[in-house]
Design a protein around this ligand. Structure first.
Ligand code: PLP
Length: 464
């Protein structure tokens, strides 16, 4: 063996020890780490002829790059929808790299980690009160999950007119009905060749992001004769509004459509007995998107794509990897290779399995309800504040707000707030008006963090 690798392997104990110490150092100080780094410059290096080894690289990284790592897994990173990583999830993720399985077949020769992936899905269904009439598996994020669900929908749409889109290409005319689709749904439609212009915009209820059901039914009627895909939002990113899933699903009795639910983070409302009603009826979906790297607090790249088992054959025609036409029952000789976009697959289920096993139903109920309580606390402050006002009621775990006066100063306010590095938020647009968002997803966030944020917001306002 090349001497460098021999040394590395002999040194593994020291390497992993250093990585552990480094990790502890980062995680123990995460509460005080800045959520924003002003100086983002790095000195570009050249590829070394002779490498400096793992410990040398770790030293170099610590010296030059670690300072660029913001506290995005910390308690006050409220931009986008940013989850953290629980200890069990970190353990699972670390071991994923160690085990380094290529997770594909449940009956394959060699690697059978897909059996654990299937088991993880079963635990997840139990957590989310979903029946196991779905076939589910892990993908990199909710974007790929939306892509997967919509790819099977596309296959279904083609099949309605006897076309096998996966083989013949060109999906043809499809109507995609949606009220407030996430940008990644539009991106998925673009990637799938359906085209994001195929979205038939459904009106929303007054002051809401959720579908107006009368308009929805009207558009269902108008688009009869075209294959219809309905994209339901189970948690919009701005106001965490939910389409009325039960009412929409009930219309499947009278109209033919594919029901896709984007429940990227909102799906975890199912963990809370107080909020699980928001997902009533979601078991009737044809496909569901759920992110794990958001509210489940596992590290990035982790989401699941769920498609009803009755669509197994469509799913296999969409994602089949072999040249031979698929014969037999897809549930036998099951391989994720033929069900999901990727071929080689990381053992992504492991961090989720660790989390589900480590924290159970109660743990996730606590995470979800704690996030909601944090959002409510910030919302209560904003409602009584002289400087700010809510742009929408706090429906779940996101606070969407504005400056009360001098709204043109909002970008400046946000820039200054973020620059101070104690709390991070992101801008958005709600009903065409600019607004600010604070999303509560991280299990570490508590009342003390809300107090810090309020102090920061007040100080920035008084200096504005
Ligand atoms: C975050 C999000 C997505 C996209 O998820 P990624 O994990 O970033 O790919 C899709 N839909 C909703 C509702 C989201 O919140």
């Amino acid at each position: 063996m090349f001497e460098l690798f021999e040394n590395e392997l002999n040194n593994l104990n020291a390497i992993l020890d250093q990585v552990k110490n480094n990790s502890l150092d980062f995680l123990e100080k995460i509460v005080d780490r800045p959520t924003y780094i002003a100086d983002q410059s790095i000195v570009p290096g050249d590829l070394p002829e002779a490498g400096i080894g793992a410990l040398g690289s770790l030293d170099f990284f610590k010296k030059h790059y670690e300072k660029l790592m913001v506290a995005s897994p910390g308690p006050r990173y409220w931009g986008f929808v940013t989850g953290g990583a629980t200890p069990a999830a970190i353990a699972g993720d670390w071991l994923t790299a160690v085990y380094d399985q290529n997770t594909q077949s449940t009956q394959g020769a060699g690697d059978v980690s897909a059996i654990v992936e299937k088991e993880t899905m079963r635990l997840l269904y139990q957590l989310l009160h979903l029946p196991d009439h779905f076939e589910g598996g892990f993908v990199t994020g909710a974007t790929m999950s939306n892509f997967t669900g919509l790819a099977v929908a596309r296959q279904w749409a083609g099949a309605l007119s006897g076309r096998d889109v996966a083989r013949e290409g060109a999906v043809g005319d499809v109507a995609v009905l949606a009220a407030t689709p996430h940008s990644s749904v539009l991106k998925s439609l673009a990637m799938l060749g359906i085209g994001s212009n195929q979205v038939v915009q459904i009106g929303t209820m007054p002051g809401r992001e959720a579908m107006d059901l009368a308009d929805f039914e009207q558009k269902l009627t108008e688009n009869q004769g075209r294959p219809i895909i309905v994209n339901c939002s189970a948690g919009t990113v701005n106001t965490v509004d939910f389409d009325d899933i039960a009412a929409i699903a009930a219309l499947k009795q009278r109209y033919r459509f594919w029901l896709h639910i984007d429940a990227a983070f909102g799906g975890f409302a199912a963990c809370s007995s107080a909020y699980c009603h928001l997902l009533n009826g979601w078991e009737h979906a044809d496909s569901i998107t759920i992110d794990c790297h958001k509210w489940m607090n596992v590290p990035y790249d982790s989401a699941v794509a769920l498609v009803r088992k009755e669509h197994n054959r469509l799913q296999v025609s969409a994602f089949q990897n072999s040249n031979a036409p698929y014969l037999g029952d897809p549930s036998e000789n099951f391989s994720y290779l033929n069900f999901l976009p990727e071929n080689s697959r990381r053992f992504r289920a492991l961090p989720a399995w660790f989390s589900l096993t480590a924290y159970g139903r109660k743990g996730f109920e606590w995470i979800v309800e704690n996030s909601i309580a944090c959002a409510q606390a910030l919302g209560n402050y904003i409602e009584t504040s002289a400087h700010f006002e809510l742009a929408a009621p706090v429906r779940l775990n996101v606070v969407c707000f504005r400056l009360k006066k001098d709204t043109e100063k909002m970008p400046l306010f946000l820039k200054e707030l973020n620059r101070r590095g104690k709390v991070f938020m992101t801008p958005t647009s709600l009903s065409g008006e600019p607004a600010l968002r604070a999303a509560f997803v991280n299990y570490r966030t508590g009342k003390q963090d809300i107090l810090i944020a309020i102090r920061e917001m007040e100080e920035v306002m008084s200096a504005l």
